[in-house]
Design a protein around this ligand. Structure first.
Ligand code: SF4
Length: 340
């Protein structure tokens, strides 16, 4: 079936053949997301991995319907709890964000309003989405801050974002994100801007909250080390497409795509037996100038003549592992996603 990479039954989130393009100057079209399909089950942690420019953050923003001009979702469906988000109005989407789906960004300073106190921002969300009185919202804000590990919660609510450390701000963002008990939390590089020692604390906190509130987590990251520790399933993106998808353990144990192998190579202790590739040469091609054949062709040490001319389909090599690469044609069980 076309474009149904592991479209498992009863998903919480189903993204099907999503295409998000940016219409740039001089008639250039940046195909930032180009035919992406996947599901997230209730309570599951799915990671989308790739370098900067691979399309992972645009996939997350598309799900939140936060794509701004000159970008737009040009094709595909995004279904949350069987509700098609692509058809929702801006007003309906605003209501849904926070209530059913929430996002934590890489740099909380961009998401927090610098002129309002932490208390103002939390209570506004609670009053808007949970219809609380001012007093109820104030008490709940303190509770939420305590829940995310902020000990001076009754003082912090009177402070402004710039008075807090990066780690504290990210805890506040998590408190805001979980305040309305969403079913899906999307975290886009949530720890990249933080010190190494704080990173693990924030990721552990998100997993703790996920379990406590029975949420699913969609984790966007460039770091396969984080993935190995936190994700149930991994999607590897390159050039706006999924190039490999598998449960985390399977992906790490039987890595297939040359790009995934290259990413793993930067984590020498994570996987000892992966073919040694060295650092991946070159950079991700711009989304407005993708190679005509396989999008990894210009960087792939295994590239063949046919890779230059046509882009491989995703092929299913076991019943829970797909890869987009001609090296595995003989291992193919069946084609599951057409080339776009
Ligand atoms: Fe490399 Fe060819 Fe596979 Fe693309 S299809 S990843 S160029 S071997």
């Amino acid at each position: 079936m076309i474009g149904v990479s592991f479209m498992r039954p009863n998903p919480l989130l189903a993204v099907n053949q999503l295409k998000t393009y940016f219409y740039l100057d001089q008639k250039k079209i940046a195909k930032a997301v180009d035919g992406v399909s996947f599901t997230v089950q209730p309570g599951e942690t799915v990671a989308i991995v790739g370098e900067s420019g691979s399309g992972k953050s645009i996939t997350a923003l598309s799900i939140m319907k936060l794509i701004e001009k000159p970008g737009e979702i040009v094709e595909g469906t995004i279904t949350l709890n069987q509700q098609d988000l692509t058809n929702l109005s801006a007003k309906q989407m605003t209501k849904l964000r926070g209530n059913e789906i929430a996002m934590v960004f890489q740099e909380p300073m961009t998401a927090l309003n610098p002129v309002f106190t932490i208390g103002n921002q939390l209570t506004e969300t609670l009053r808007k989405h949970r219809s609380m009185t001012k007093q109820e919202a104030q008490l709940e804000a303190i509770n939420l801050l305590k829940t995310v590990g902020i000990s001076r919660a009754d003082e912090i609510i009177h402070e402004y974002p710039h008075q807090l450390s990066g780690g504290m701000r990210q805890r506040v963002m998590i408190a805001m994100a979980i305040s309305c008990h969403p079913k899906l939390l999307i975290a886009d590089e949530p720890t990249t801007a933080l010190d190494v020692t704080i990173q693990a604390q924030i990721l552990d906190l998100m997993v703790e909250m996920k379990e406590e509130l029975d949420m699913a987590l969609l984790l966007i990251t460039h770091d396969l080390g984080i993935v190995s520790e936190y994700a149930d399933r991994v999607l590897v993106m390159y050039g706006g497409q999924i190039v490999e998808e598998a449960p985390t353990r399977e992906l790490l144990r039987t890595t297939k795509h040359p790009y995934t192998k290259g990413l793993l190579e930067s984590l020498p202790n994570l996987k000892e037996d992966v073919d040694r590739l060295g650092t991946i040469k070159g950079t991700v091609p711009p989304a407005y100038d993708l190679p005509t054949g396989c999008r990894f062709y210009t960087r792939c040490p295994f590239a063949m003549e046919k890779c230059k001319h046509s882009n491989p389909d995703l092929i299913e090599i076991t019943n829970n592992h797909v890869v987009r690469c001609y090296l595995y044609e003989k291992e193919e069980m069946q084609s599951v996603e057409s080339n776009t």
